[in-house]
Design a protein around this ligand. Structure first.
Ligand code: NAD
Length: 250
């Protein structure tokens, strides 16, 4: 049970983050949502989960600092917000590179550095970073994303070691392809980059990577995140947990 724990989950108005928020709330955690979206939809989510919401843009360091100060201490920090762009490296828009590194990597550093003092003081904390199968392996045309996710793995291991004697753990969860708006959004660009139809992208590019031939379901990631928050997971730190249908086993 996570009763009495406060959890900030970034990028939780949609997809994987929302599933993790639902899973933690159902275990009794107080959940703080973050992310963009339709105001009425977010208000409805807050009501459903008894949650609060911060719309801080994690590409803006001062907005992250204001958010963390505003929220106060959290017991569980899930760095989940992320974005993707698919393009050959020579055409990769430089502003997209900066945004992807900013959101997928630098924001993780900023929230973490501000969350750690409270966790250390309490002698308990859980930091969970949503990385990706692309933190362990690569596919073409995703240079910024793959670089950012490999870096998140390195960052997570580093803070796990720094915090090892404090009661605070830090781990990555690395999904394969999960059916969320992020995946749906990259299908047209992958069609263009590889000259394929929608069906070919789904079956021959995306699911070709996953031996199970199934998309990972967001609630499965929620269950893994809850496990990492349990007392029994107190010795699980510095790990990068694959949930990818066997993709990175190959
Ligand atoms: P999604 O697009 O469904 O959700 C992204 C969330 O991040 C949304 O809540 C959005 O509002 C928020 N967000 C985007 N930009 C933001 C910003 N600047 N500031 C604050 N919030 C912002 O994506 P998803 O598929 O659920 O992905 C979540 C995480 O999982 C990402 O880190 C992604 O890289 C990772 N991931 C996804 C998959 C997949 O197959 N979907 C696979 C591996 C890893």
């Amino acid at each position: 049970m996570l009763t009495g724990k406060r959890a900030l989950i970034t990028g939780s108005t949609s997809g994987i983050g929302l599933a993790m928020a639902r899973a933690m709330q159902s275990e009794g955690a107080e959940v703080i949502l973050n992310g963009f979206g339709d105001e009425a939809d977010i208000a409805q989510l807050c009501e459903e989960l008894g949650a609060s919401h911060t719309g801080a843009n994690l590409l803006d360091t001062s907005a992250i600092e204001a958010m963390m100060k505003d929220i106060g201490g959290v017991d569980i920090l899930v760095n989940n917000a992320g974005m993707q762009h698919v393009s050959p490296v020579e055409d990769f828009p430089t502003e997209k590179w900066d945004q992807i590194i900013g959101l997928n990597l630098s924001a993780v550093f900023h929230t973490t550095r501000m969350a750690v003092p409270y966790m250390k003081e309490k002698g308990w904390g859980r930091i969970i970073n949503t990385a990706s199968a692309h933190s362990k392996t690569a596919s073409p045309f995703k240079s910024a994303y793959n670089a950012s996710k490999h870096a998140v793995d390195g960052f997570t291991k580093t803070i796990a070691l720094e915090l090892a004697e404090t009661g605070v753990t830090a781990n990555c969860i690395s999904p394969g392809y999960v059916w969320t708006p992020l995946i749906e959004g990259q299908i047209p660009d992958t069609m263009a980059a590889r000259g394929l139809s929608r069906e070919e992208v789904i079956n021959d590019v995306l699911l070709a990577k996953q031996p199970t031939k199934k998309f990972v379901q967001p609630h499965e990631i929620g269950a893994l995140a809850v496990f990492l928050c349990r007392e029994e997971a107190g010795n699980v730190t510095g790990a990068n947990w694959s949930i990818d249908g066997g993709w990175t086993a190959g």
